[in-house]
Design a protein around this ligand. Structure first.
Ligand code: ATP
Length: 582
């Protein structure tokens, strides 16, 4: 398939913000692929639609191309001076749009003979050629690498529309705007003729979060094969997540009795043990086994099962394994070099809380007590490996006293979980079988809120040169868009402001992102990508943020949430609940 076809699809999708229209566009596109009968590039199409080059659990090697190099290549290629390109880029919003504009204008100038001869090959790249050029860029190192990369970039600059998207992919700023949910709707309609099959496809995606594989199986073998997809070793499933409700309602939601566990402040691990081979996956489903060689070894030694899939939270500990340390300490383990030393410096303990597969049997459809029982049977507990503390609770008083104990011991709060017959593990779902509780007292909001940054205000005084205040939004899953919620200017260290400024600059937009609803007017708009956690005094009714109707009083930045994507943030329903609960 030609990359130009994908570029046209992206452009059509970008021109609407309506989910139904996007579904229609996608479905027609898939229908054409189905009629054509060639599915060889379908997996790559799916990753690109998700704004990626690879499935969720893999990372494409870094291309190491800065915007400056793209401007150099564009300048040599088009004859337009670098300063002019920068000017156009600033006006248009990003270098992809600038390239599209410049190449389109050049295309019109028939007198440019050299350019015309190139123009005859417009859109000539196949998707697989694009991938191999990208691989070449990533694999090019050494003294001459800049020249070689520059040459490859020039070779990629043909059709204006195509070039816009190629540049965005290279810069990791490709966002087509269709959520995975909408893409799944399009797959169902395009390949099976009925949107009703979307739930079957979504279930399969939750168990096997590689949309490329799912689309190919659907295209080649049909919806019945999709029904057969199961949890498998070596492929992480999407995590089950927890909701929030007012704590007095937890017993009503979960039924009595329910269980309460410590909510540990570490990093979630999905652990796949396949004989001697151990694979660890992060909350974002990336393989992070290399970061935790000590954990892999310990699982090998202390789990009595040949093959098993477990879930747990890895937490940094003090040298005596007596005190749990906060997440900030654990995050120092996130590095690729000197791993052995840092694992000695920062010892960890894995607290297991779930079991998803045991030998050849899937456990996700079994109730939580059966999963926990098997987990207890196969775990040899020791300092570095424990089961998470879990108690049965029958009323609010017992819950409050367990919560206080959990907080005293340095936990974030508690996770409460249903143990009824239907307390299955729901991959990829934030339902009401798990409910988290981080704050109790009325009056002040003790729970944190995750926002995606949508805009920035230039700083003054000490903060000149960086953004001093950010504008954050919460998520509306129904409409798949973002509602502005609060300005955040407090709690940032100087280093954090510097980091955020350089990261957000890459996401600068000419105007408000089409998926953002906001009455406030920041100096600069950003594509909604970067997630931050904030706390505040209370949720207030707000005229300023009128589309949502709520805002936060005295918001304070807590931390960057690199483990979360924009659709993982706090939802408008959660804000409503937090407001009611105050
Ligand atoms: P938060 O923003 O509160 O850290 P989250 O949005 O990452 O949470 P939630 O579903 O809200 O995800 O909370 C579940 C997270 O809490 C899990 O991803 C896991 O990392 C962590 N956790 C800590 N203790 C437990 C536990 N006992 N059971 C399940 N998850 C736990």
């Amino acid at each position: 398939m030609k990359f130009l076809e994908i570029a046209r699809l992206f452009s059509d999708l970008e021109n609407t913000s309506k989910r139904l229209e996007m579904t229609e566009i996608l479905s027609n596109f898939f229908q054409n692929i189905k009629d054509g009968g060639d599915f060889s590039d379908l997996n790559k199409v799916m990753y690109l639609l998700q704004g990626q080059l690879t499935p969720n659990m893999k990372q494409f090697p870094k291309m190491g191309i800065a915007e400056k190099m793209i401007i150099d290549a564009l300048s040599i290629h088009s004859g337009v001076s670098k300063s002019k390109i920068v000017e156009i880029k600033n006006k248009k919003g990003d270098v992809g749009l600038a390239a599209e504009f410049i190449l389109a204008r050049k295309k019109k100038q028939k007198s440019l003979i050299d350019f015309e001869s190139k123009g005859q090959q417009q859109g000539s790249l196949d998707i697989s050629e694009v991938y191999s050029e990208f691989e070449k860029i990533a694999l090019t190192h050494g003294p001459k690498s800049s020249d070689i990369k520059l040459g490859i970039l020039r070779g990629l600059m043909n059709d204006p529309l195509e070039t816009k998207y190629l540049i965005r992919i290279i810069m990791s700023t490709l966002r087509v705007g269709a959520s995975t949910q909408t893409i799944i709707d399009g797959l169902a309609l395009g390949f099976t003729g009925s949107k009703q099959n979307r739930d079957i496809i979504e279930r399969a995606y939750n168990l096997h979060p590689d949309l490329g594989d799912i689309a190919r199986i659907l295209a080649e073998r049909g919806i019945n094969e999709i029904k057969n997809i199961q949890i498998e070793y070596g492929t992480p499933i999407r995590n089950m997540l927890a909701s929030r409700v007012p704590y007095t309602e937890i017993p009503v939601k979960l039924g009595i009795p329910f269980i309460a566990e410590y909510k540990l402040d570490g990093e979630r691990l999905q652990i796949h043990k396949m004989g001697e081979r151990i694979m660890l996956f992060s909350r974002q489903l990336l393989e992070i086994s290399d970061q935790y060689p000590d954990v892999c070894e310990m699982i090998k030694q202390n789990i009595i099962a040949k093959n098993v899939i477990l879930e747990g939270e890895v937490v940094a500990m003090d040298a005596f394994y007596e005190q749990m340390l906060p997440f900030q300490v654990l995050s120092k383990r996130r590095r690729k070099y000197d791993v052995e030393n840092i694992s000695k410096e920062i010892p960890v303990c894995v607290f297991l809380f779930d079991l998803l597969k045991f030998e050849s049997e899937s456990y996700i459809d079994k109730p939580l007590p059966s999963r926990r029982k098997k987990l207890e049977e196969i775990t040899k507990e020791r300092e570095e490996l424990k089961l998470v503390n879990s108690v049965q609770v029958k009323d609010v008083e017992e819950l409050v006293s367990f919560f206080n104990e959990a907080r005293k011991k340095g936990n974030e709060g508690v996770m409460t979980k249903s143990i009824k017959a239907d307390s299955v593990y729901q991959p990829g779902n934030r339902g009401f079988l798990w409910i988290k509780l981080k704050g109790l007292e009325g009056g002040k909001l003790l729970d944190s809120v995750d926002l995606v940054i949508i805009g920035g205000f230039y700083g003054e005084g000490k903060r000149t040169g960086v953004f001093g205040t950010y504008l954050g939004a919460v998520y509306n899953p129904e409409k798949d868009d973002f509602e502005a919620f609060s300005r955040v200017g407090a709690g940032f260290s100087d280093d954090m402001l510097k980091l955020l400024s350089s990261e957000t600059k890459k996401l600068k937009l000419e105007k408000k992102h089409k998926k953002v609803n906001c009455d406030d007017k920041p100096d600069v708009w950003f594509s909604p990508e970067i997630v931050i956690e904030i706390i505040g005094d209370e949720i207030t009714l707000s005229n300023k943020f009128s589309s949502l109707g709520y805002s936060m009083r005295f918001p304070v930045f807590q931390r960057l949430r690199q483990d979360k994507g924009p659709t993982d943030i706090t939802t408008i329903d959660e804000i409503e609940n937090l407001y009611q609960n105050q």
